[in-house]
Ligand binder design. Structure first.
Ligand code: ATP
Length: 440
């Protein structure tokens, strides 16, 4: 067992504070007192979250010929959730504390009320986590609809559509990013567990005999995705579920866990779901959901390997692992060492003063870079303060346009992590940054 990483005990508070102060994440409906456990993503947060999703899409769809994308509806009829098993079994055990009356998820509190310390609770009862609503103006059985609690089922219900329109054959995958909704009993820990969140899920359909091998492959591949985007190895671990803890349909589940301030906790689950989902939907819909392999003349229902990740939860992990403090010229600087692909702004253009000729050249620099990099522009305060503000939100490169620029048509490029500065001609700036980010 490796040593547990040491974290600043105030890390969570510091990151939550930064998120609010700089416009990453706001409490939803704040001007009305807030709405518990719902959050809005501000100008910086929306960029970071988009970049997390984009990095996933790039790794899972763009750079692979064996995976295609999908964007299915959020609203669905009860039939889908009857077939998937969610109507019957997508429940958490709910208990009430007999002393303070707070309501908890029994499997998360180890028999002690986190609010008042009491150990006496009501007997657990099953609470279905799906949000139920009504589609159309007439209430009644026929109009019941559910908000999806996971994106996966939209993939299974489109299996035949995708198969016939793309001519893919196992092994192949269908990937989807989108919002999911769960009426969590105890939403907590900022955006770690919320009632409305975003998922990044992929269902990989394989010949049954190859399922175990693909399951191992996806555990490895998904762990590497987080490492590649900068999370240190010691902050990640794999947790393979014991056979007795598996859902009835699962032939194996391994979680990728991140070292959150409260300990290792799930970022993503990779499961070998067997043929459960396709078989269930085929049975309930009456539509065949199998694959005919022309080469072998064999018809079979593919097994499914599912890497299911949370986009909002991953964003939180990237923020927590990127947050650092160091001392620069006697002052504490907070810096987000985010991978450049994730940073809300990749470049900040900073004219040394508001003089029109400096702003003019700065506009030219922005015009050159902004089609290729997400750029910020800041002309207020001293240059030192502006560097700190960019460090704090994770901007990898600051470009300073100074009076010398008017003579030599060169600018200063400052690196967030090393704080070194180099002089680069404006005409070579794009190439310089592409080089520095490993794109060429
Ligand atoms: P838990 O047991 O913690 O409730 P789960 O194992 O049911 O979660 P999955 O159904 O496997 O979660 O969902 C896949 C991923 O979706 C999770 O690993 C997580 O990143 C994300 N996720 C699930 N529920 C939430 C939530 N309420 N808020 C934010 N992200 C979530």
């Amino acid at each position: 067992m490796e040593a547990t990483p040491q974290l600043d005990p105030d890390l969570l508070d510091k990151v939550i504070n930064l998120c609010k102060r700089r416009g990453f994440i706001f409490q939803s409906a704040e001007i009305y007192g807030g709405f518990r456990s719902t959050y809005d993503y501000g100008p910086l947060g929306v960029n970071l979250l988009r970049n997390v999703k984009q990095a996933w899409w790039r790794a899972m769809v763009q750079t692979r010929v064996d995976i295609v994308g999908l964007d299915a509806a959020i609203l669905g009829p009860p039939a889908v959730w009857a077939a998937s098993g969610h109507l019957e079994t997508f429940t958490d055990p709910l208990v009430d504390c007999l002393k303070c009356k707070e309501r908890w998820r029994e499997d998360k509190i180890n028999g002690v009320c986190p609010n008042c310390g009491s150990t006496e609770f009501t007997a657990p009862r099953a609470f279905n986590l799906m949000f139920k609503t009504q589609a159309g103006p007439v209430e009644g059985e026929g109009s019941t609809a559910y908000l999806r609690p996971e994106t996966a089922q939209g993939i299974f219900t489109n299996f035949a559509n995708v198969l016939s329109t793309t001519r893919k054959k196992p092994p192949f995958g269908i990937a989807q990013i989108g919002k999911s909704f769960r009426n969590e009993i105890t939403p907590q820990n900022f955006v770690f567990r919320t009632r409305e969140f975003e998922q990044m899920e992929m269902e990989y359909f394989v010949p049954p005999a190859d399922a175990e091998q693909w399951y191992r492959y996806w555990i490895e591949t998904r762990l590497n995705w987080y490492l590649d985007l900068g999370i240190p190895r010691e902050m990640l671990q794999l947790h393979e579920h014991a056979k007795e803890d598996l859902s009835h349909y699962s032939k194996g589940t391994t979680d990728v866990e991140f070292f959150f301030p409260w300990g290792f906790d799930e970022l993503e689950g990779i499961a070998n779901r067997g043929d459960y989902d396709l078989t269930q939907h085929a049975k309930h819909s009456g539509v065949a959901l199998d694959y005919f392999d022309q080469a072998s003349g064999e018809r079979y229902t593919p097994y499914v390997i599912e890497p299911a990740a949370g986009a909002t939860r991953a964003m939180m992990a990237f923020l927590l692992s990127a947050y650092h403090e160091d001392v620069v010229e006697g002052e504490t600087r907070s810096v987000l060492r985010l991978d450049w692909r994730l940073a809300p702004y990749q470049v900040a253009v900073l004219p040394l003063s508001k003089k029109p000729d400096l702003e003019g050249v700065s506009a030219e620099v922005l015009g050159q870079l902004s089609p290729h990099f997400m750029c910020d522009y800041d002309v207020t305060q001293s240059i030192g303060k502006r560097y700190r503000r960019q460090d704090e939100i994770g901007t990898p490169f600051c470009i300073t346009v100074d009076f010398e620029t008017l003579n030599d048509r060169a600018v200063t490029v400052r690196d967030r992590d090393t704080m070194t500065q180099v002089r680069v001609p404006i005409d070579g700036l794009l190439t310089h940054l592409r080089n520095a980010t490993g794109q060429i």
